[in-house]
Design a protein around this ligand. Structure first.
Ligand code: GRF
Length: 203
């Protein structure tokens, strides 16, 4: 399967996917990276892995729809089968989401459905939780709302800081995203009638 990753920033999850996909038995190949931010650090990182990159800024397009249409055209040109959102900081339009439904996944730094949106680590600390984590889910029209593919929990330590908790979750994200993409790319996890159906996964 051919994968294109959408980013807006640092791209550490993107890099984790690229590194995992270099393994011979990995069921997917990262063929491109697209960023809405031309100066995203992740674009440089992708180039250093010799992966095709495109910057598609919102300001070059008259509307959100036109912006997403340009991204869709770039994805098709790159021959994408599956799209991975990895720190892509824009909400995609319904028309775009519908085109990639079941073929687009996102990573979110919380145990969904808790803490959709931003500032998840601070919110987990403020709520006094003792576990927190990350989720990979299929992308549907609503933000951080689609069916779950995989989750990883991390402990919240006593006297934890937002910074340490963020780092602990990010480390888990870098393991979880390659695992989840492998499930989707191999067809072992697929979206059906708004649910994730697993096949040949016994845990
Ligand atoms: C990650 O924590 C991801 O879950 C969230 O934004 C962050 C992106 O980090 N959506 P990176 O760009 O992958 O390093």
């Amino acid at each position: 399967k051919r994968i294109v990753v959408l980013i807006s920033g640092r791209g550490s999850n993107m890099a984790a996917l690229i590194e995992a996909a270099r393994e011979a038995d990995y069921p997917a190949e990262i063929v491109g990276v697209i960023s809405d931010q031309p100066d995203a650090a992740g674009l440089k990182a992708a180039e250093s892995f010799h992966i095709a990159t495109r910057a598609i800024p919102r300001r070059d397009h008259a509307s959100k729809q036109a912006h997403d249409a340009a991204i869709d055209a770039a994805l098709r040109k790159m021959g994408a089968d599956i799209v991975c959102l990895a720190g892509y900081m824009r909400l995609l339009t319904p028309g775009f989401v519908d085109k990639w439904l079941g073929r687009m996944i996102n990573i979110h730094p919380s145990l969904l459905p808790m803490f959709k949106g931003l500032d998840t680590h601070k919110r987990a600390l403020d709520a006094g939780l003792r576990v927190h984590g990350c989720t990979v889910h299929f992308v549907t029209r609503d933000m951080d709302d689609g069916p779950v593919v995989a989750q990883a929990a991390v402990p919240v330590l006593t006297n934890d800081t937002e910074e340490r908790l963020t780092a602990r979750v990010l480390k888990a994200e870098h393991k979880l995203y390659p695992l989840a993409l492998a499930l989707v790319a191999s067809g072992k996890a697929r979206m059906e009638a708004g649910r994730t159906v697993f096949e040949g996964v016994d845990h």
